[in-house]
Design a protein around this ligand. Structure first.
Ligand SMILES: Nc1ncnc2c1ncn2[C@@H]1O[C@H](COP(=O)(O)OP(=O)(O)OP(=O)(O)O)[C@@H](O)[C@H]1O
Ligand SMILES: [Mg+2]
Length: 234
């Protein structure tokens, strides 16, 4: 059974619909990658899944439950967490304070999660008391992901975690995504670096103009000459 099922959703920002029928499906434990050109509706899809936009048509199911148009706070309680494309850390707060902000919905003791996150992202341990704004771009992405993991989500939504990073840091972030996934977290990730992202994806969804254009396993999409020509730069 699907863990996340997005069925033909339509959504926008108040004007005309930006999403004109987007569908995707992930089983628990998978990595799903959404790729496609600028303006295709990739971020809009993640925002709709996280309850930040009104879905006017279609449905979103999480673990068999209809969660269409539920509020983000409720979705966090249902096991979802979201790292937006921009402004995803508090630059003037320390690394530790950023992680603590991620736990604001928790009333229990979350100390063990701080330790787990430092184990996941070793470079953050020694920077714990430094303002996040002083970190490198790759380390800031680790803080953003760490913050999102503080609620121990079952589904992590990531919007372009490697944007603006050097190739070395990019590979490192993809390795971290795989490690987080192997720990049992289902991941839905938007990526501009589609070739590398599809290489770690169980399922891939290529969007264009607010609709699905190609859907398949990561390997199938990488092997498809039409996908390569139109979306992966040949
Ligand atoms: N807050 C907003 N208000 C109105 N329109 C928006 C808003 N955010 C995005 N859009 C529009 O929605 C469309 C899809 O944007 P979206 O951010 O989902 O694209 P994307 O696929 O994530 O692109 P990119 O690769 O550039 O991040 C674009 O035409 C964009 O101009
Ligand atoms: Mg985007």
């Amino acid at each position: 059974m699907s863990f996340l099922e997005v069925c033909d959703i339509h959504a926008g920002y108040g004007g005309a619909d930006i999403l004109k029928g987007v569908s995707l499906s992930l089983r628990e434990g998978e990595i799903g990658v959404i790729a496609g050109p600028n303006g295709a509706g990739k971020s809009t899809t993640l925002k709709a899944v996280f309850g930040l936009l009104h879905v006017s048509k279609g449905a979103i199911l999480l673990d068999g439950n209809d969660i269409t148009n539920r509020r983000p706070q409720e979705l966090v309680r249902a096991g979802m967490s979201f790292v937006p494309q921009e402004k995803n850390v508090f630059p003037s707060l320390t690394v530790l304070e950023n992680l603590e902000m991620g736990a604001f919905v928790r009333r229990d003791d979350y100390g063990h999660m701080i330790e787990r996150i430092f184990d996941f992202f070793p470079p953050l341990r020694e920077k714990a008391h430094q303002p996040a704004g002083e970190l490198s771009g790759g380390q800031r992405q680790m803080v953003a992901m760490g913050r999102a993991l503080m609620t121990e989500p079952r589904l992590l939504l990531l919007d372009e975690p490697t944007a603006g990073l050097s190739p070395k840091y990019m590979s490192e972030i993809f390795e971290h995504v795989v490690a987080v996934n192997r720990s049992g977290v289902t991941v839905l990730m938007v990526e501009q670096n589609a070739r590398q992202a599809l290489a770690i994806a169980h399922r891939g969804f290529i969007l264009a103009s607010g609709r699905n254009r190609h859907t398949g396993t990561g390997a199938e999409l990488l092997a498809d000459p039409e996908v390569a020509r139109s979306f992966l730069g040949g």
